[in-house]
Design a binder for this molecule. Sequence first.
Ligand code: ADP
Ligand code: ADP
Length: 227
Amino acid sequence: PAFIDINQVSVVYDSKKGPVTAIEQIDKQINQGDFICVLGPSGCGKSTLLKVIAGFIQPTKGTCQMEDKLITQPSWERGVVFQDSTLYPWMSVQENIEYGLKMRQVNPTMIKERTESILEQVGLLHVKDAHTFELSGGMQQRVAVARTLVNKPKMILMDEPFGALDALTRLNMQGLTRDLWQEEKTTVFLITHDIDEAMTLGNRVWVMSKNPGKIEKEYQLDYTYQA
Ligand code: ADP
Ligand code: ADP
């Protein structure tokens, strides 16, 4: 069975002007360990597809399953990072990262271990006690990524995670994501506007088209990336 099975999924939104078909009959499988980059014009349904997999919205038609279980709600097993992920400004970097684990009542020793290890991995150990509003945009985005990764999700879903970063920080974050994929074997689903990013970062590229939102083409990539 596929890790993620997107089975004939359509999403129709209700709007004031009437129903809007965001995606239509998408039928795809994602294997464990895949790194999928999704490209396509604005409004073709990329975010909608991500939200279905994440469990934020339910398909109007069809089903989406993870390991043979219907996805009906968000879960820490599927970590999500948005372009402007909101951090808690009244908490320190470390507290932001620990928050989800505390909510899940993971034991304190484990929380400490995992938080320290992730802080080191993303290069934030030296600012762990800072408030997030003191940090640059790139660092804040690292906190957002760390906050998701600390849960050890089976899959990470990213919606234009690096679009707003300056070029150097972006390169750095791409490398980090790539390393995590290779070392932790986390399945990654990443939406991007950047063709170079899509063509170098993962092992599969889905190209979506608009009206209605569909996956028009898929490219399978050889491993060619160099840090
Ligand atoms: P993308 O991420 O590729 O830009 P989206 O998934 O955000 O595309 O949107 C796909 C289509 O669905 C667009 O036409 C958008 O305007 C519409 N849409 C998205 N969210 C909603 C919503 N909550 N209500 C109504 N229409 C929406
Ligand atoms: P959408 O309509 O799906 O939101 P946009 O093309 O408007 O797609 O891009 C989404 C966001 O990403 C916008 O806020 C835009 O400012 C930002 N963005 C896209 N590309 C870049 C880039 N190269 N540098 C900085 N911001 C970018």
